[in-house]
Design a binder for this molecule. Structure first.
Ligand SMILES: Cc1cc2nc3c(=O)[nH]c(=O)nc-3n(C[C@H](O)[C@H](O)[C@H](O)COP(=O)(O)O)c2cc1C
Length: 313
C-alpha cells in the first residue's frame, strides 16, 4: 500500500467517522451500499489487545471486499504493540492505519490513551514515527482541537506531519465538548495553510451538502452521528429512498449483522439501529417496543413486514 494513498484519493474525501459500537462491518457495508466512494474506518481497537491476544480482536477487525478502502483505527501508547498491530493490519489488507488520539471516554483517558496523548505530544510523535517507519501502510491521526481550546493544534499537527503522518483528521471539538456542542471548524481552515499532507474535518456534518460547505479549504470531511439511522446522508444526490426501499436495506443490515456476529449478538446489536432508523416516524411507538426486544432475524423481518403493511407500502 502506498504512503501517498491519502494524497491520491479523489477529493473531496468523504468518509464514515469511526464510531465504537456502531461502525462494524455490517454497518460500513450499508453505508458503502449508499455511496461506494466513501472511505470507512473500523471501530477503534486496542494495539495492546492485538499484540497480546490477536485472535479475538482480529475477528473484530474483519472486513469484506465491498467495504474497501478500509482504514483500521487503533489506539495505544506503546510503540512496540502499535508496530505489531500495524503489521497485522497490513497483513489483513487494510488500506491504512489510523492512530486514535482523540477519544475522550473516561476509561481511555484514565489509561492515558486517546485524547490524553495530547498532554504528551512527544510520546504521540514517537508513536506516529514508530508506526510510520515500521509499516508500508499510510498512517493517519485522528484527534480533536485540543484539551480545552485549539491553542496546541498547530504544534500538534505539524509535529504529527514531521513524525510521518500522511493525513490528519480533526474532530472540530475539544476534549471538554465531547459530542453535541456545535463544532468550531475555523482553526482547521487556518491550520490547512501550514500543512503539506491532507487535512480532513469532522464534527456536526449533517449530510454531503453540509460537509461540502463546512470543508472550505480542507481536503474532505467525515460524517458520524448524523449517519446513525440515516446512512442515506451519504447519498450524492441528497435524497433518501422511500420507506419501502429503506425497509429492504434495513433487512439487509440485520442479515449482515447476524451473519457476522451470530443470531444472539446480531439481534441484540441491531436493536439500537432499528430504533434510530424509525426515529421520528409517526405512529411508530408500538414498533419501538418491539424493536428493543427482537431475538431472531425472523422476528425482525416479520416486524418490518407488518410495519410496511401498516404504512400501506
Ligand atoms: C458512539 C460514538 C463512538 C465513537 N467512537 C469513536 C472511535 O472509535 N474512534 C474515533 O476516532 N472517534 C470516535 N467517535 C467520534 C467520531 O468519530 C466523530 O469524531 C464524532 O462523532 C464527531 O463527528 P459527528 O459530529 O459527525 O458525529 C465516536 C463518536 C460516537 C458518537
Amino acid at each position: 500500500m502506498n504512503k501517498d494513498f491519502w494524497k491520491k484519493l479523489n477529493k473531496p474525501i468523504i468518509g464514515l467517522a469511526p464510531m465504537d459500537g456502531y461502525t462494524d462491518s455490517a454497518y460500513r457495508r450499508i453505508c458503502k451500499l449508499v455511496n461506494p466512494d466513501i472511505i470507512v474506518y473500523t471501530e477503534f481497537t486496542s494495539a495492546d489487545g492485538l499484540h497480546h491476544k490477536a485472535k479475538k480482536l482480529k475477528q473484530k477487525l474483519k472486513f469484506f471486499n465491498d467495504e474497501k478502502p478500509v482504514i483500521a483505527q487503533i489506539f495505544g501508547k506503546n510503540p512496540d504493540t502499535y508496530i505489531t498491530a500495524a503489521r497485522l493490519c497490513e497483513d489483513m489488507g487494510f488500506s491504512g492505519i489510523d492512530l486514535n488520539m482523540g477519544c475522550p471516554a473516561k476509561k481511555i483517558v484514565k489509561s492515558e490513551h486517546g485524547i490524553a496523548l495530547r498532554k504528551k505530544p512527544d510520546l504521540a510523535f514517537k508513536l506516529i514515527e514508530s508506526v510510520a517507519k515500521n509499516t508500508k501502510l499510510p498512517v493517519s491521526v485522528k484527534t480533536r482541537l485540543g484539551l480545552n481550546n485549539a491553542d496546541s493544534l498547530h504544534h500538534f499537527a505539524l509535529g504529527a506531519q514531521n513524525a510521518g503522518a500522511n493525513m490528519i483528521c480533526i474532530h472540530a471539538r475539544t476534549y471538554k465538548e465531547p459530542y453535541k456542542v456545535p463544532a468550531s471548524w475555523e482553526p482547521l481552515y487556518e491550520l490547512k495553510n501550514h500543512l503539506t499532507i491532507p487535512l480532513i474535518g469532522n464534527g456536526g456534518v449533517q449530510d454531503i451538502e453540509d460537509g461540502l460547505k463546512k470543508m472550505n479549504n480542507l481536503n474532505g470531511f467525515l460524517i458520524g452521528q448524523a449517519s446513525i439511522g440515516n446512512p442515506w446522508v451519504f447519498n450524492q444526490t441528497g435524497t433518501s429512498p422511500d420507506l419501502k426501499e429503506k425497509i429492504k436495506i434495513i433487512k439487509m443490515h440485520a442479515r449482515w449483522l447476524v451473519e457476522a456476529k451470530g443470531e444472539y449478538t446480531g439481534t441484540r446489536e441491531i436493536r439500537k439501529y432499528l430504533i434510530s432508523y424509525f426515529k421520528g416516524l409517526q405512529r411508530a411507538k408500538d414498533y419501538r417496543k418491539k424493536f428493543i426486544s427482537v431475538e431472531s432475524l425472523k422476528d425482525i423481518e416479520s416486524i418490518l413486514d407488518k410495519l410496511a403493511l401498516n404504512y400501506k407500502l
